[in-house]
Design a protein around this ligand. Structure first.
Ligand code: KIV
Length: 275
């Protein structure tokens, strides 16, 4: 233990202990300024591989690399001081073997300082989760709609609509729980299935498009802020940033064109911003 002041971050065991307690407040973060704004409000910040679509303009999360996750993970860790920060392992960096997953997860943890790793966890991933958890990597599973399977599935589709698919999602949840994940993200399932899973597993479930029957919720921050012209149907928008930003850019362009901008170098000193 060093003599330095320790920042009290929320830990994986604390998140696990929230099963059936106050709902977990979770959002995605990809950069330091946004992480700083989110930190006082959230229990968990996820550096999701959705960064590929939200920030880098990809059509899916396929194409996101480990280096991208590390770069964004480091930025989020600089901005967040209190929330638990988890980083996604992207497609192709963990499915081959438990050893591959451990090597990449430990690299992400060492190079970012994050406290947990998330992987999309079909039943095949149970061995990998157990391998990592036994070696002290806190793991979050992700079941139901698994975005990294979108190409194989033919798109982003809700899960559990047929009896066979419903059973598959329940099997994924139970396998992920038994393997030692400390929380499970459930994406794109109906309320009754989310409730059944939440009652069946020993760890908190964190829903995204999976109803209030879960132990908490996560959304893509830019979706709930209204940064895009479209949004998944289940997302409630808390702001309309696309419209407000366009108005601000137009106002800026007008003012620059009419030379209403400061040209004095003394304005470089920092001042607090109010309002
Ligand atoms: O990549 C991501 O952002 C996710 C979510 C759970 C939102 O996996």
């Amino acid at each position: 233990m060093s003599a330095q002041t320790q920042v009290r971050r929320i830990t994986a065991p604390q998140i696990r202990a929230r099963k059936g307690q106050d709902p977990l407040v979770c959002l995605t973060a990809y950069d330091a300024p946004m992480a700083r704004l989110l930190d006082p409000h959230c229990d968990l910040l996820l550096v999701g591989d959705s960064v590929g679509m939200v920030v880098h303009g990809l059509d899916s999360t396929i194409g996101v690399t480990l280096d991208m996750m590390i770069l964004h993970g480091r930025a989020v860790m600089r901005g967040a001081k209190r929330a638990l920060v988890a980083v996604d392992l992207p497609f192709g960096t963990y499915e081959n073997s438990p050893q591959q997953a451990f090597e990449n997860a430990s690299r992400v943890m060492c190079e970012t300082g994050c406290q947990a790793i998330k992987i999309e966890s079909g039943t095949y991933a149970a061995e990998t989760i157990a391998f990592m958890a036994e070696r002290s990597i806190p793991v979050i599973g992700h079941i139901g709609l698994r975005p990294q399977a979108a190409l194989a599935d033919g798109g982003f589709k809700a899960k559990g609509r047929t009896e066979a698919e419903r059973q598959r999602v329940i099997d994924e949840a139970i396998a992920t729980d038994k393997a030692g994940a400390f929380a499970i993200v459930i994406e794109g399932v109906a309320e009754d299935l989310a409730r059944e899973i939440t009652e069946a597993v020993s760890v908190p479930t964190i829903g995204i498009g999976a109803s209030a029957a879960c132990d908490g919720q996560i959304l893509v921050t830019q979706d709930m802020l209204g940064v895009f012209d479209w949004t998944p149907k289940f997302v409630k928008r808390y702001d309309n940033q696309a419209e407000r930003s366009s108005e601000a850019f137009a106002r800026y362009a007008d003012e620059v064109r009419s030379r209403q901008f400061p040209s004095d170098a003394q304005t470089y000193s920092l001042k607090p911003v109010d309002g």
